[in-house]
Ligand binder design. Structure first.
Ligand SMILES: [Fe+2]
Length: 506
């Protein structure tokens, strides 16, 4: 994809490896979400997947890409002479396109099969070199079907309603689907330009953050505000029948005053705007979920798309929608479309009857042996020692109110640190939250999240049960609030991760 590039590898329907490109190149989201970066494929993540299976690219049978350019090519479909103008604004007249940069964007996607076999960085030669065009069958898959596939097929349910919400795919911005066994059927969709995700992105920019990246900061900011502007947002978002909605394209500065610039201080006004948007987003998605429940009669709901990373919204859906069970793909953003595209393509190609894979953890990334780690530490002469009793020594360091960089096993797939690459600290000292924000070089208002033993979760957090991916918030129980002040957000909630011995014995 052109954003949050990632790769995964399936063999006989089973996931072998999955990782985001950003983890290998140390560029957040791996690249800017702009047309010029579309040609960059997640070569390092692909290389990692091939390495894990010990194969060469030319041993892969099918390659799936989670965007189908043909849905936007219109008259240019099958035409090799799409024009890329020197000054795109001069010829923007194609009805399907949303931006004058679309010819550049689409041509990069159309050319990605060639780019994969010719454009890899030289240091990755061993697993790419010599691959010829046509060796693997290439599949461009519709963006939202890949989000939906990533939500339903790895879920624990045999049948479910499936909702996807993101900024945009080719045309769709929100989709409704029914999953049953190995089938996934679209029953409705909302199209561009109406997008709850893009509205949230616009507000993210308005509040001085980076869109397609910092939406979670808006969500955190929302806890500090009041619902002063909910009627403004209710005016902008018009709900129709059958899960449809429209969003008016109005100028946010005209409605709310000048945008916040990056280093401007936050004011009540900003908090109230964030709070009001979050409030109306929750209200709107709850309406959509109720419609989907009525329409499908399903008790299970699966969610994916960038909006499904909004853990406050997810908690509202779980607590207040008519659905009995809710499962959210842990890589709900565009990284997860790599998984969805692969599973969807595999099912289309092999027509297998039963579910092949249930995702019970997110640890699908690279791991390193003790020898490799030791070699890495020796090279820059980093002082190190082997610990005799890791658990005991770690507990002592934490009890001493010190902060630990924790690195073990396979890396997480998805945006959350879930105990494989985490920063750990004790929740007891109230100043720990600001200390961690300083270590992580991020804003003061950002919360940090607790990890809790699965069997103890309900003692500490309201309605808490199995929640291994930090995708839902729960209220901290009143009698426990004073014990864990560092992980309790200003609104009294915590975005918990439950852990059990099967997921991570240590
Ligand atoms: Fe998406």
């Amino acid at each position: 994809m052109f954003h949050d590039a990632a790769a995964c590898l399936l063999k006989d329907g089973k996931l072998i490896a999955a990782a985001e490109e950003e983890r290998f190149i140390q560029v957040k989201h791996s690249k800017s979400p702009i047309p010029f970066s579309t040609y960059e494929l997640p070569f390092h993540a692909i290389d990692y997947c091939l390495k894990t299976a010990d194969i060469h690219l030319n041993q892969v049978d099918h390659i799936a890409y989670s965007f189908d350019p043909s849905l936007l090519l219109g008259n240019y479909n099958g035409n090799s002479e799409i024009a890329i103008p020197l000054d795109p604004s001069k010829i923007f007249n194609h009805p399907e396109w949303a931006s004058p940069w679309d010819p550049l964007f689409l041509s990069a996607i159309v050319n990605s099969p060639g780019q994969l076999i010719d454009g890899y960085p030289h240091h990755l030669q061993p697993r790419f070199i010599g691959t010829t065009k046509g060796k693997a069958t290439w599949h461009f898959t519709e963006h939202h079907i890949t989000h939906a596939a990533s939500a339903f097929f790895p879920s624990p349910y045999k049948h479910a309603a499936v909702m996807t919400l993101d900024g945009r795919g080719e045309i769709a911005t929100t989709t409704y689907n029914v999953g049953n066994g190995n089938e996934l059927t679209r029953i409705g969709q909302v199209n561009m330009p109406h997008s709850l995700g893009l509205l949230y992105e616009r507000l993210t920019t308005y509040l001085g953050f980076l869109h397609s990246s910092d939406e979670y900061k808006v969500m955190a900011l929302a806890s500090y505000g009041k619902p002063v502007f909910i009627n403004h947002f209710r005016d902008m978002i018009q709900l129709g029948s059958d899960g449809m909605y429209t969003i008016s394209d109005e100028n946010l500065e005209e409605r709310f005053g000048p945008s916040r610039l990056k280093n401007d201080p936050f004011t009540e006004h900003h908090f109230n705007i964030a709070h009001s948007l979050q409030y109306v987003l929750e209200e709107t998605v709850l309406e959509l979920a109720s419609w989907l429940y009525e329409k499908t009669g399903e008790e299970n709901l699966c969610l994916a798309g960038g909006i499904a990373l909004n853990c406050v919204l997810n908690a509202r859906i779980k607590d207040r929608s008519p659905f009995k069970n809710v499962w959210v793909q842990p890589a709900a953003g565009d990284a997860g479309t790599a998984l969805g595209a692969a599973i969807w393509t595999d099912l289309q190609e092999r027509k297998i009857g039963d579910k092949q894979f249930i995702m019970s953890h997110a640890y699908w990334g690279p791991e390193y042996s003790d020898q490799e780690i030791e070699k890495f530490l020796k090279w820059p002469k980093v002082p190190y020692r082997k610990m005799n009793n890791v658990a005991r020594e770690t507990a002592e360091i934490l009890a001493d109110n010190k902060i630990i960089g924790w690195f073990q096993g396979r890396m997480e797939f998805g945006p959350r640190a879930l105990g494989s690459r985490s920063i750990l600290a004790s929740p007891i000292d109230p100043s720990m939250q600001s200390k961690l924000n300083e270590v992580k070089d991020r804003e003061d208002f950002r919360p940090v999240a607790p990890v809790v033993l699965e069997e103890d979760a309900a003692d500490w957090f309201e309605n808490a049960d199995y929640s291994p991916y930090m995708l839902f918030v729960h209220n901290v129980k009143a009698d426990k609030a004073a014990k864990i002040p560092a992980v309790r957000h200003v609104d009294g909630t915590a975005r918990i991760q439950t852990i059990n011995r099967d997921q991570h014995p240590r």
